[in-house]
Design a protein around this ligand. Structure first.
Ligand SMILES: N[C@@H](CCC(=O)N[C@@H](CS)C(=O)NCC(=O)O)C(=O)O
Length: 235
Protein backbone atom coordinates (compact mmCIF):
# COMPACT_ATOMS: atom_id res chain seq x y z
CA UNK A 1 0.00 0.00 0.00
CA UNK A 2 1.34 3.41 -0.96
CA UNK A 3 1.52 6.03 1.80
CA UNK A 4 1.12 9.67 0.83
CA UNK A 5 2.67 12.14 3.26
CA UNK A 6 0.57 15.30 3.46
CA UNK A 7 -0.04 18.43 5.54
CA UNK A 8 -3.67 17.39 6.18
CA UNK A 9 -6.78 19.36 5.19
CA UNK A 10 -6.63 23.14 5.66
CA UNK A 11 -8.10 26.36 4.22
CA UNK A 12 -11.30 24.41 3.38
CA UNK A 13 -9.24 22.40 0.87
CA UNK A 14 -8.06 18.76 0.92
CA UNK A 15 -4.54 20.06 1.54
CA UNK A 16 -2.88 23.49 1.87
CA UNK A 17 -0.30 22.35 -0.70
CA UNK A 18 -1.32 22.18 -4.37
CA UNK A 19 1.55 19.71 -4.86
CA UNK A 20 0.04 17.32 -2.31
CA UNK A 21 -3.37 17.66 -3.99
CA UNK A 22 -1.80 17.05 -7.40
CA UNK A 23 -0.17 13.85 -6.13
CA UNK A 24 -3.35 12.58 -4.51
CA UNK A 25 -5.34 13.24 -7.70
CA UNK A 26 -2.71 11.33 -9.73
CA UNK A 27 -3.10 8.38 -7.33
CA UNK A 28 -6.87 8.57 -7.76
CA UNK A 29 -6.59 8.85 -11.56
CA UNK A 30 -4.31 5.80 -11.53
CA UNK A 31 -6.81 3.85 -9.41
CA UNK A 32 -4.05 2.85 -6.97
CA UNK A 33 -4.80 2.12 -3.33
CA UNK A 34 -3.12 4.52 -0.90
CA UNK A 35 -3.33 5.83 2.62
CA UNK A 36 -2.61 9.35 3.81
CA UNK A 37 -0.66 10.39 6.84
CA UNK A 38 0.66 13.71 8.09
CA UNK A 39 4.24 14.25 7.00
CA UNK A 40 7.05 16.05 8.72
CA UNK A 41 9.28 18.28 6.63
CA UNK A 42 12.26 17.50 8.85
CA UNK A 43 12.07 13.82 7.88
CA UNK A 44 10.93 14.40 4.28
CA UNK A 45 13.64 13.25 1.83
CA UNK A 46 13.91 16.70 0.20
CA UNK A 47 12.57 18.69 3.15
CA UNK A 48 9.27 19.31 1.35
CA UNK A 49 5.87 17.66 1.02
CA UNK A 50 4.57 15.63 -0.67
CA UNK A 51 6.49 12.43 -0.71
CA UNK A 52 5.30 8.86 -0.90
CA UNK A 53 6.46 5.58 0.57
CA UNK A 54 6.02 2.63 -1.77
CA UNK A 55 7.42 -0.78 -0.78
CA UNK A 56 9.84 0.86 1.69
CA UNK A 57 11.09 3.29 -0.97
CA UNK A 58 10.60 7.01 -0.33
CA UNK A 59 9.92 9.16 -3.37
CA UNK A 60 9.78 12.95 -2.93
CA UNK A 61 8.45 15.60 -5.32
CA UNK A 62 5.12 15.40 -7.15
CA UNK A 63 6.73 15.13 -10.59
CA UNK A 64 9.11 12.34 -9.58
CA UNK A 65 6.19 10.61 -7.85
CA UNK A 66 4.24 10.79 -11.11
CA UNK A 67 7.14 9.27 -13.05
CA UNK A 68 7.52 6.56 -10.40
CA UNK A 69 3.84 5.62 -10.71
CA UNK A 70 4.09 5.59 -14.49
CA UNK A 71 7.15 3.34 -14.48
CA UNK A 72 6.28 0.97 -11.64
CA UNK A 73 2.58 0.53 -12.41
CA UNK A 74 2.76 0.90 -16.21
CA UNK A 75 0.46 3.92 -16.17
CA UNK A 76 0.49 6.47 -18.94
CA UNK A 77 -1.51 9.48 -17.75
CA UNK A 78 -1.03 11.07 -21.19
CA UNK A 79 -1.69 8.04 -23.39
CA UNK A 80 -4.29 9.90 -25.47
CA UNK A 81 -2.11 12.97 -26.10
CA UNK A 82 -0.04 13.77 -29.19
CA UNK A 83 3.59 14.79 -28.70
CA UNK A 84 2.60 18.45 -29.18
CA UNK A 85 -0.16 18.15 -26.61
CA UNK A 86 2.26 16.54 -24.14
CA UNK A 87 4.63 19.47 -24.64
CA UNK A 88 1.82 21.99 -24.01
CA UNK A 89 0.64 20.05 -20.93
CA UNK A 90 4.17 20.02 -19.46
CA UNK A 91 4.58 23.77 -20.11
CA UNK A 92 1.27 24.61 -18.42
CA UNK A 93 2.14 22.45 -15.44
CA UNK A 94 5.51 24.08 -14.96
CA UNK A 95 4.08 27.60 -15.45
CA UNK A 96 1.74 26.91 -12.54
CA UNK A 97 4.28 25.13 -10.34
CA UNK A 98 7.27 27.39 -10.89
CA UNK A 99 5.74 30.77 -11.67
CA UNK A 100 2.20 31.18 -10.35
CA UNK A 101 2.94 29.10 -7.24
CA UNK A 102 5.31 31.74 -5.87
CA UNK A 103 2.69 34.49 -6.33
CA UNK A 104 0.24 32.32 -4.38
CA UNK A 105 2.83 31.87 -1.62
CA UNK A 106 3.49 35.63 -1.55
CA UNK A 107 -0.22 36.42 -1.30
CA UNK A 108 -0.70 34.07 1.66
CA UNK A 109 2.51 34.53 3.62
CA UNK A 110 3.37 38.20 3.10
CA UNK A 111 -0.10 39.74 3.42
CA UNK A 112 -0.80 40.12 7.15
CA UNK A 113 -4.54 39.50 6.89
CA UNK A 114 -4.20 36.38 4.74
CA UNK A 115 -1.31 35.13 6.84
CA UNK A 116 -3.36 35.41 10.04
CA UNK A 117 -6.30 33.50 8.52
CA UNK A 118 -4.18 30.89 6.74
CA UNK A 119 -0.54 29.86 7.21
CA UNK A 120 -0.26 31.09 10.82
CA UNK A 121 -2.96 28.58 11.84
CA UNK A 122 -0.54 25.74 11.03
CA UNK A 123 1.41 26.70 14.16
CA UNK A 124 -1.58 26.93 16.51
CA UNK A 125 -0.72 23.67 18.31
CA UNK A 126 2.68 25.03 19.43
CA UNK A 127 2.50 26.50 22.94
CA UNK A 128 3.04 30.23 23.41
CA UNK A 129 5.65 31.90 23.44
CA UNK A 130 7.44 29.30 21.30
CA UNK A 131 4.61 29.62 18.78
CA UNK A 132 5.39 33.28 18.06
CA UNK A 133 9.11 32.60 17.76
CA UNK A 134 8.70 29.68 15.36
CA UNK A 135 5.97 31.38 13.33
CA UNK A 136 8.12 34.52 12.89
CA UNK A 137 11.20 32.47 12.06
CA UNK A 138 9.44 30.45 9.34
CA UNK A 139 7.72 33.56 7.94
CA UNK A 140 11.10 35.30 7.70
CA UNK A 141 12.57 32.27 5.96
CA UNK A 142 9.71 32.28 3.39
CA UNK A 143 10.26 36.02 2.92
CA UNK A 144 13.96 35.42 2.15
CA UNK A 145 13.04 32.64 -0.29
CA UNK A 146 10.60 34.96 -2.08
CA UNK A 147 13.26 37.65 -2.33
CA UNK A 148 15.87 35.20 -3.59
CA UNK A 149 13.49 33.59 -6.07
CA UNK A 150 12.52 37.08 -7.22
CA UNK A 151 8.75 37.20 -6.71
CA UNK A 152 8.89 39.67 -3.81
CA UNK A 153 10.93 42.09 -5.93
CA UNK A 154 7.74 42.87 -7.91
CA UNK A 155 5.08 45.25 -6.62
CA UNK A 156 1.48 44.03 -6.07
CA UNK A 157 0.30 45.44 -9.42
CA UNK A 158 3.10 43.65 -11.28
CA UNK A 159 2.39 40.38 -9.47
CA UNK A 160 -1.33 40.64 -10.27
CA UNK A 161 -0.48 41.26 -13.94
CA UNK A 162 1.79 38.20 -14.18
CA UNK A 163 -0.78 36.04 -12.37
CA UNK A 164 -3.57 37.28 -14.66
CA UNK A 165 -1.54 36.25 -17.74
CA UNK A 166 -0.92 32.77 -16.31
CA UNK A 167 -4.58 32.34 -15.38
CA UNK A 168 -5.83 33.63 -18.75
CA UNK A 169 -3.47 31.22 -20.54
CA UNK A 170 -5.00 28.25 -18.68
CA UNK A 171 -8.55 29.53 -19.27
CA UNK A 172 -7.89 29.97 -23.00
CA UNK A 173 -6.32 26.54 -23.31
CA UNK A 174 -9.16 24.86 -21.42
CA UNK A 175 -11.81 26.67 -23.47
CA UNK A 176 -15.10 24.75 -23.33
CA UNK A 177 -13.47 21.32 -23.09
CA UNK A 178 -14.17 19.18 -19.99
CA UNK A 179 -10.44 18.65 -19.40
CA UNK A 180 -7.30 20.55 -20.30
CA UNK A 181 -6.55 18.50 -23.40
CA UNK A 182 -9.98 17.25 -24.43
CA UNK A 183 -12.61 14.76 -23.36
CA UNK A 184 -10.37 12.74 -21.03
CA UNK A 185 -8.21 13.87 -18.13
CA UNK A 186 -4.44 13.82 -18.61
CA UNK A 187 -1.65 14.07 -16.02
CA UNK A 188 -1.56 17.87 -16.16
CA UNK A 189 -5.22 18.02 -15.10
CA UNK A 190 -4.07 16.92 -11.64
CA UNK A 191 -1.86 20.00 -11.44
CA UNK A 192 -4.28 22.39 -13.12
CA UNK A 193 -7.18 21.38 -10.90
CA UNK A 194 -5.06 21.52 -7.72
CA UNK A 195 -3.92 25.03 -8.59
CA UNK A 196 -7.31 26.37 -9.73
CA UNK A 197 -8.90 25.05 -6.50
CA UNK A 198 -6.19 26.90 -4.56
CA UNK A 199 -6.55 30.12 -6.58
CA UNK A 200 -10.29 30.13 -5.89
CA UNK A 201 -9.87 29.43 -2.15
CA UNK A 202 -12.47 31.74 -0.54
CA UNK A 203 -10.44 32.11 2.67
CA UNK A 204 -7.97 34.48 1.07
CA UNK A 205 -8.63 37.95 -0.29
CA UNK A 206 -6.38 38.09 -3.32
CA UNK A 207 -6.26 39.58 -6.80
CA UNK A 208 -5.59 36.02 -7.95
CA UNK A 209 -8.97 34.84 -6.66
CA UNK A 210 -10.83 37.76 -8.24
CA UNK A 211 -9.11 37.14 -11.58
CA UNK A 212 -9.73 33.38 -11.53
CA UNK A 213 -13.39 33.84 -10.52
CA UNK A 214 -13.92 35.94 -13.66
CA UNK A 215 -13.18 32.90 -15.84
CA UNK A 216 -16.45 30.93 -15.73
CA UNK A 217 -14.83 27.90 -17.39
CA UNK A 218 -12.15 27.66 -14.67
CA UNK A 219 -14.75 27.91 -11.91
CA UNK A 220 -16.92 25.21 -13.54
CA UNK A 221 -13.84 23.01 -14.14
CA UNK A 222 -12.76 23.29 -10.51
CA UNK A 223 -16.27 22.45 -9.23
CA UNK A 224 -16.54 19.50 -11.62
CA UNK A 225 -13.12 18.12 -10.70
CA UNK A 226 -13.83 18.59 -6.97
CA UNK A 227 -17.03 16.52 -7.31
CA UNK A 228 -15.10 13.81 -9.18
CA UNK A 229 -11.95 13.56 -7.07
CA UNK A 230 -13.15 14.74 -3.65
CA UNK A 231 -16.83 13.76 -3.54
CA UNK A 232 -16.84 13.72 0.28
CA UNK A 233 -16.32 17.10 2.01
CA UNK A 234 -13.16 17.24 4.16
CA UNK A 235 -11.44 14.37 2.30
N1 LIG B 1 8.65 20.51 -6.50
C1 LIG B 1 7.94 20.05 -5.32
C2 LIG B 1 7.39 21.25 -4.57
C3 LIG B 1 6.79 20.86 -3.23
C4 LIG B 1 6.64 22.07 -2.33
O1 LIG B 1 7.04 23.20 -2.66
N2 LIG B 1 6.06 21.84 -1.16
C5 LIG B 1 5.93 22.89 -0.19
C6 LIG B 1 4.49 23.04 0.25
S1 LIG B 1 3.47 23.67 -1.03
C7 LIG B 1 6.78 22.56 1.02
O2 LIG B 1 6.80 21.44 1.49
N3 LIG B 1 7.47 23.56 1.54
C8 LIG B 1 8.25 23.42 2.73
C9 LIG B 1 9.54 24.17 2.68
O3 LIG B 1 9.88 24.71 1.61
O4 LIG B 1 10.19 24.20 3.70
C10 LIG B 1 6.84 19.08 -5.75
O5 LIG B 1 6.45 19.11 -6.93
O6 LIG B 1 6.41 18.27 -4.92
Amino acid sequence: MITLYTFGPAYGLPDPSPFVMKTEILLKMAGLGYQKTKGNMRSAPKGKLPYIEDDATHIPDSTFIRWHLEQKYQIDFDRHLSETEKAIAWSVEKMLEDNLYWIVVESRWMNDENFAKGPSQMFSAIPWPLRTLITDMIRRSISRTLQGQGTSRHNPRELATIAARDIAAVATLLGDKPYLMGDQPCGADATVFAFIAHLLCPLFNTAIRTTTSAHANLVAYSERMMRTYYPEPGQ
